[in-house]
Every structure is written in structure tokens, then in C-alpha cells.
Design a binder for this molecule. Structure first.
Ligand SMILES: O=C(O)CCC(=O)C(=O)O
Ligand SMILES: [Fe+2]
Length: 325
């Protein structure tokens, strides 16, 4: 079992984050994900080409260059096509998502579940707040009407701030890891050590013309922040109250990461309409999900029912809060 060492656990408790080497097998677990996504990109390219949105499928390019070319030429960031979660609103019957077997194998890889077990205990639940993030170089990226890069930096936040208050008592662990080495240049995460000891801070839906739910910089000590480069196979663990952001991708290639969440089974996920699952159970091993196809169906059923009915809001914050002025 590749549990956290006593030192890693202590670092995590003291600073609210820890860099853990060798959580994933780069060839056995991550490479199949990269291969699987090559197929997803292939179908996206075919579709956009057929619709006349792009002038070639660019099948001769490797993944990073190909996705960049396609986003730039179509003037659109098609990240929902790759994501293994649904949008926070506006889910339609044909909203795309990707919940493939290689992705499921990564969520349930013994190494990451061992690490999660060290933090959340022996009943490990895969929380459905999870994303793949593909960020093309900012220099060429499509921008919004205010000139902000679409799907650029993740602004300062705590992960507890992006889920519903029902999860405030949940022992929620974030596991962030890249599919290719992530450093300062291509936009790794930056964290504020020790920030998890404070309260949940006010998040503002947009601040100083910057889009996205974020903590205004006057509410924490930004000078304490430090970037955490992470290599392929390694992971960065965060508590739900650790203040963090991502740096911009100022490199010439993509920045590609997964962020997963785990928690004790039975505690609130903070997005109860999305499907989580038991990843490991000491008390009831029969409750564990090992079927990738079923996992896909759970997301498909969720999409279909959200598209038919009322969609909940995951936002608890208010633009009118004085801290947001
Ligand atoms: O990868 C990013 O840009 C942000 C990730 C993040 O905030 C998280 O994993 O909680
Ligand atoms: Fe986050």
C-alpha cells in the first residue's frame, strides 16, 4: 500500500497541501488516458470539420498541437467535450462529456486510493466534483469580449467555496495531477501554505473585471503563495480550505491536468445531483464500483435527467458582498 508517509501526512496537516511523488504509474495508468483522449479529440475534429468550422482535422499533429490548432481556428474552447463532469448549469440532452474506461481506471487506481485512504479513512468515496483541464498557450488562446483568456488561469479560491454548504463538514480531499509535467511556465498550481487553518473566505463571482468565482486578494496573504511544480505520475493534495490558484500558461505547449476529489463515504458531496461512488470500502467491499461502463451510465443518466428538469445552483456567493467591491 502506497499510503502517505508520516512526514507527508504531517506536511499536509501543517501546510494544507503536500506534493506526493509516484502516486500514478505514468505508463500503466496515465498513458492509456492520453491515448483515450486522442480518440476523443479525433471525434471532435471530425465533427468540427464536417460542420465546416475547421479547414482540416489536423490528424498529423500530436495531441497538444492538435487541440491548440483546433481551439484557435474554431475560436472556441471545447473543454466540455473532454470533461468527466457536467457543467454547473445549462445541461442539455446533447451536452458532451467523456467518462471513458482509462479515466475510470485513473480515478480508481490503487495508488491514488491508498493516498486518499490516508486522509479520509478506510471508507473512500469518489466525490463527483472532478475535471480534466486542458489549457492551450495563452499567447494564442481564444479570449472573451473583455480580453480575458477563455479557460485560462484558475483564480484564487478554496475548493469548499465551489460546492454547496452541505459539504462544509465533509472531509474533502483534492488530488490534482498533470498528464504531462506541470511547472511555472505552463501554469502549475500555486498555494498559500497554512491558509487552510483559517475560515472559508468570501468568494466573489468575478472581481476587478476578472471572470470566475474568486477570493479577493485583500482577504489573504498573497505574498505567502508558492508555486508547486508537479511531474507526470506525481500529485498535489489540497484540503478543501487551502487557498490556491493556477499560474497562466505562458509556454508554447498545453498544460493538461486532472483534479479529483475523495471523501469519507456517507458525507455530503456538495453537488448531490452528480454521481459519486464507493471507491474502497473495508467494511463492505461489495459496495465498491469496479465497472467503468456503469460509471459512464451514471453520468449519462444524470445528464439526461438534468436536461429534463430543474438544475440546481452550486453557487452560494453574492456579487453584492462588500468584500467584492
Ligand atoms: O488546474 C487548475 O487550474 C485548477 C485546479 C483546482 O483549482 C483544483 O484542482 O482544485
Ligand atoms: Fe481548486
Amino acid at each position: 500500500m502506497a499510503a502517505l508517509t508520516a512526514e507527508q501526512k504531517e506536511h499536509f496537516e501543517e501546510y494544507g497541501f503536500v506534493h506526493v511523488p509516484g502516486v500514478f504509474d505514468p505508463e500503466g495508468t496515465i498513458d492509456p488516458v492520453i491515448d483515450e483522449y486522442a480518440g476523443v479529440l479525433d471525434s471532435l475534429a471530425e465533427k468540427l470539420y464536417k460542420d465546416g468550422v475547421i479547414s482540416s482535422t489536423y490528424s498529423e499533429l500530436e495531441f497538444g498541437d492538435r487541440v491548440t490548432k483546433i481551439y484557435v481556428e474554431s475560436g472556441e474552447v471545447h473543454n466540455q467535450y473532454f470533461d468527466f463532469s457536467l457543467p454547473q448549469n445549462g445541461v442539455k440532452p446533447d451536452t458532451p462529456f467523456w467518462a471513458g474506461p482509462a479515466v475510470f481506471n485513473t480515478l480508481t487506481a490503487p495508488g491514488v486510493i491508498d493516498v486518499a485512504e490516508s486522509v479520509v479513512g478506510s471508507e473512500v468515496y469518489s466525490n463527483p466534483v472532478q475535471h480534466v483541464r486542458i489549457k492551450i498557450p495563452e499567447s494564442v488562446s481564444p479570449r472573451d469580449e473583455n480580453g480575458n483568456v477563455i479557460f485560462g488561469v484558475s483564480p484564487w479560491h478554496q475548493d469548499a467555496g465551489v460546492v454547496n454548504p452541505e459539504a462544509d463538514e465533509t472531509n474533502l480531499l483534492t488530488v490534482w495531477f498533470p498528464l504531462m509535467d506541470a511547472g511555472v511556465e505552463n501554469g502549475c498550481l500555486t498555494v498559500v501554505p497554512g491558509s487552510h487553518r483559517g475560515e472559508l473566505l468570501t468568494h466573489c463571482p468575478g472581481y476587478k473585471e476578472r471572470p470566475g468565482l474568486q477570493i479577493p486578494e485583500h482577504l489573504f496573504n498573497i505574498g505567502d503563495s508558492m508555486p508547486v511544480p508537479v511531474k507526470k505520475g506525481d500529485a498535489l493534495l489540497l484540503t478543501k480550505k487551502t487557498v490556491h490558484a493556477s499560474l497562466p500558461n505562458v509556454s508554447n505547449s498545453i498544460r493538461w491536468s486532472f483534479d479529483l476529489r475523495y471523501q469519507p463515504t456517507g458525507e455530503a458531496t456538495g453537488r448531490s445531483v452528480f454521481p459519486g461512488f464507493v471507491a474502497r470500502s473495508a467494511s463492505n467491499p461489495g459496495s465498491e464500483l469496479h465497472d467503468a461502463q456503469r460509471w459512464f451510465s451514471m453520468w449519462e443518466n444524470t445528464r439526461d435527467s438534468l436536461a429534463r428538469g430543474d438544475q440546481p445552483s452550486f453557487n452560494r456567493w453574492d456579487t453584492d458582498d462588500p468584500s467584492c467591491a
